[in-house]
Design a protein around this ligand. Structure first.
Ligand code: 5GP
Ligand code: ZN
Length: 128
C-alpha cells in the first residue's frame, strides 16, 4: 500500500469513528442490512425501500460524501464501483438490462451523503 493510500485509510477510519453516517455503520456492521456481495473496497446491499424488483446500492467502503467530494486518488475506486455493477449485471437472470443512478445533492434526491450507485433492474424502465 502506498503512503498516500495509507494516510487516506487512516483519515477514513477517523472520519468513521466520528460521524453518524448510516452507510459507514452498515459497512462496519453496526447496522444490519442485506449484503449481496462485498470485497475490500466495495459493499453491495439491498435498498431498504426498493424502487424496482432488483434495487441494490453499490457503496465504496471509504466515506466519500458525493460525486463532488471525489478526488484524483479515488479514480481507481470509482472504477471498482463500475466493475462491481458489471459483476452484478452478469449475475442477473432474465434480462441483463440495468440502470445505474447516482444522486448528487438533495435537490435531485440524495438523502444519504455517502457516495453510492443505485443498481436497478427487473422491470422495464423506459421513462428516462
Ligand atoms: P439516495 O436518496 O441518497 O440517492 O439513496 C439512498 C438510498 O438508501 C435510498 O434509496 C434509501 O431507501 C436507502 N436507505 C436509506 N437508509 C437505509 C438503510 O438503513 N438500509 C438500506 N439497506 N438502505 C437504506
Ligand atoms: Zn459514510
Amino acid at each position: 500500500m502506498s503512503r498516500a493510500n495509507c494516510i487516506e485509510g487512516l483519515r477514513n477510519k477517523i472520519f468513521m469513528a466520528q460521524n453518524d453516517c448510516i452507510f459507514c455503520k452498515i459497512i462496519v456492521k453496526e447496522l444490519s442490512s442485506k449484503i449481496i456481495i462485498e470485497n475490500n473496497d466495495v459493499i453491495v446491499i439491498q435498498d431498504i425501500v426498493p424502487k424496482a424488483p432488483v434495487h441494490y446500492l453499490i457503496i465504496p467502503k471509504k466515506h466519500i460524501a458525493d460525486v463532488m467530494a471525489l478526488q484524483e486518488i479515488d479514480a481507481q475506486l470509482v472504477g471498482k464501483l463500475l466493475l462491481m455493477a458489471k459483476e452484478l449485471g452478469a449475475k442477473l437472470t432474465g434480462s441483463q438490462a440495468f440502470r445505474l443512478i447516482v444522486n448528487n445533492g438533495s435537490d435531485v434526491g440524495q438523502s444519504v451523503f455517502h457516495l453510492h450507485f443505485h443498481f436497478l433492474s427487473g422491470k422495464k424502465m423506459l421513462d428516462f
